[in-house]
Write a protein that binds this ligand. Structure first.
Ligand code: AMP
Length: 397
């Protein structure tokens, strides 16, 4: 794996694709700087080498094919300036004489951030001419944007072509690739995958590929009702994808054929409305009464699930067990968070991915007690589905 660790970039103009797709509050302030902070090891390493760092990033999903004031990266440049204690040079465009001049005028250890790369429609099309123009700004290319590694865009994949001998993984990417490879190819058994979240349709690929490697597949979240229905149970008003009932049946059959233990919650906390103020009750079976909807897994399921997690050597967790954003329905998710942390303390390797499970582990206070938290939701899912990620392939080939 060619990473920036083994090279000194002194005096080189290094084009670095980072993931700065951060959320903003109503006042226009960055409300969560996690993504910026996660790119800091790579940025700091390049600064301390004396590289001339040119950062490329996107923000949101611009639609107009040009500048959109609410999606400018300018506030990110200002924020970054404070973190690295130097003025980050910010460019309003990506191509042209002005940018070239600014890039060429950078001093060793200086940092420049290019405006939102998705203001150029060529970016998401992976356009070669656009990538070639960008490549002229740098002497080397580094991809550190794992969150965008499943995209075949100009700055995440095409650009690598123009640096056949000078393309590298950033430190964040390196960490992701190493951990995900360990998880999928070099794991200790028993391997338990805890999969939750709202819909089975978005998790079919990962469930299919996990059945090939996991010993235990523990199912929670809204997607479990499609399984319940497939088993002939009443699901009341619970989230259920009727067009995926056959898929659920096929997954259960595949698990059975492969000797994978598939766990479904045996009890539930249900509500008469999808709201924090709803009336709730405990239902000790898989049958959800009419007029009620399942919101969290029940006590018996929590106990069974935590026992399975605690007896595992490798754990993957993706997706909450219930509607954890509402305090009343967060018990199952937080119990799993604790079990994953406890299993890790006992020596298990644990990986957590997917926006909501990452928020849940952070909220639970156990984030620093697990082995690894992935920064890429979609990218991690695609990796776990066995797909080749363009952003990784472009550096490796
Ligand atoms: P996903 O993005 O597919 O991982 O889904 C995450 C979302 O699933 C979270 O916002 C949860 O609130 C939601 N979720 C979890 N359990 C349930 C449930 N029983 N009913 C409806 N939504 C749920």
């Amino acid at each position: 794996m060619k990473t920036i660790k083994d090279t000194n970039f002194k005096g080189k103009r290094v084009l670095v694709r980072v993931d700065f797709n951060v959320p903003f509050d109503k006042q226009g302030n960055i409300s969560d700087d996690t993504r910026i902070m996660e790119a800091m090891p790579t940025i700091n390493k390049l600064i301390s080498d004396g590289a001339r760092v040119i950062l490329m990033a996107h923000l949101g999903r611009p639609k107009k094919g040009g500048f959109e004031p609410e999606l400018t990266l300018k506030p990110v440049a200002e924020y970054l300036s404070k973190i690295i204690k130097q003025d980050v040079v910010f460019t309003q465009s990506l191509l042209g004489d002005e940018v070239t001049k600014l890039a060429n005028a950078l001093q060793d250890g200086q940092v420049m951030l290019l405006e939102n790369i998705r203001f150029y429609p060529e970016e998401t099309k992976g356009n070669e001419d656009f990538a070639k123009q960008l490549s002229l700004l740098g002497d080397a290319y580094v991809n550190d944007a794992f969150g965008a590694a499943h995209r075949e865009h100009a700055s995440t994949a095409t650009l690598a072509k123009f640096f056949p001998n000078d393309k590298y993984f950033g430190l964040l990417m390196e960490n992701e690739v190493k951990n995900l490879n360990k998880l999928m190819n070099n794991y200790e058994k028993p391997f338990t995958a805890v999969i939750g979240g709202s819909k089975i349709s978005s998790k079919i690929g990962i469930l299919e590929s996990l059945i090939d490697i996991a010993d235990n597949l523990v199912i929670g979240g809204g997607m479990r009702y499609t399984f319940y229905k497939a088993l002939g149970h009443n699901v009341g008003n619970s989230l259920c994808e009727d067009d995926k009932i056959d898929t659920a049946k096929a997954l259960m059959q595949k698990a059975k054929d492969k000797g994978v233990k598939l766990y479904l919650p045996e009890d539930s906390i249900v509500a008469d409305d999808f709201s924090e103020n709803a009336n709730t009750k405990y239902v000790p079976t898989m049958d959800i009464p009419d007029g009620w909807e399942g919101m969290d897994i029940g006590e018996k399921s929590i106990k069974t699930y935590c026992d399975v997690v605690l007896s595992s050597k490798t754990i993957l967790w993706n997706g909450p067990m219930g509607v954890f954003e509402m305090k009343k329905f967060a018990n199952g998710t937080f119990a799993i968070a604790k079990a994953v942390a406890d299993a890790t303390q006992k020596g298990a390797f644990s990986a957590i991915g997917g926006g909501d499970s990452v928020s849940a582990i952070k909220e639970s206070g156990y984030a620093d007690k697990v082995s690894y938290i992935s920064t890429g939701g979609g990218a991690m899912l695609e990796f776990l589905e066995g797909k080749v990620l363009p952003g990784i392939k472009a550096i490796e080939e």
